[in-house]
Design a protein. Structure first.
Length: 166
């Protein structure tokens, strides 16, 4: 985000905060600029959408450095949610379903979304109701609390559904 500085601030009246953080109140742009220059600092518009805009008397280079540091810290604290995938078949065995259920629960417990797909091959495509029932049964077996993000969707290879942790 770019900030307007010194002569680039064209609004006639601004609200000014000095370098120590004390509010100086509303004044003309010219007065604020003179006050900043008398302290060998810059007038930086920190909140352009406020009426009147809020300007701070500070060193512009130091201000940019602090803003960049705050942005880096904010990005580091963001939780990245990944979409994990699990594929089932119409003939997937009971032990394999248990293993995939544990995988799904592990993904959900870590805070990730899970896309569960059931793949239909050849003549299995004629049994779409059976495939949807198998997918519903699999989702009902998952013990971790979850919510459905996207309902059943028909895909070219079968059906899929996306669930997320609560």
């Amino acid at each position: 985000m770019r900030f307007r500085v010194n002569e680039n601030i064209r609004i006639p009246r601004v609200f000014v905060i000095d370098d120590s953080g004390k509010s100086l109140g509303e004044m003309t742009n010219y007065e604020a600029l003179e006050l900043a220059r008398s302290k060998d600092l810059d007038l930086v518009e920190v909140s352009p959408n406020a009426r009147p805009p809020v300007c701070k008397i500070t060193d512009y280079g130091k201000f940019q450095y602090i803003k960049a540091k705050q942005d880096r810290l904010a990005n580091a604290k963001q939780k990245k949610v990944e979409l994990k995938g699990i594929r089932l078949g119409l003939k997937t065995g009971g032990h394999d379903l248990d293993f995939k259920k544990k995988q799904a629960e592990g993904f959900l417990s870590k805070g990730n979304k899970v896309k569960i797909e059931i793949i239909l091959k050849g003549r299995e495509k004629a049994h779409q109701g059976l495939a949807q029932n198998n997918l519903r049964d699999f989702i009902d077996k998952i013990s971790i609390p979850h919510r459905v993000e996207e309902e059943f969707k028909r895909s070219p290879r079968g059906f899929d559904i996306t669930i997320a942790p609560e």
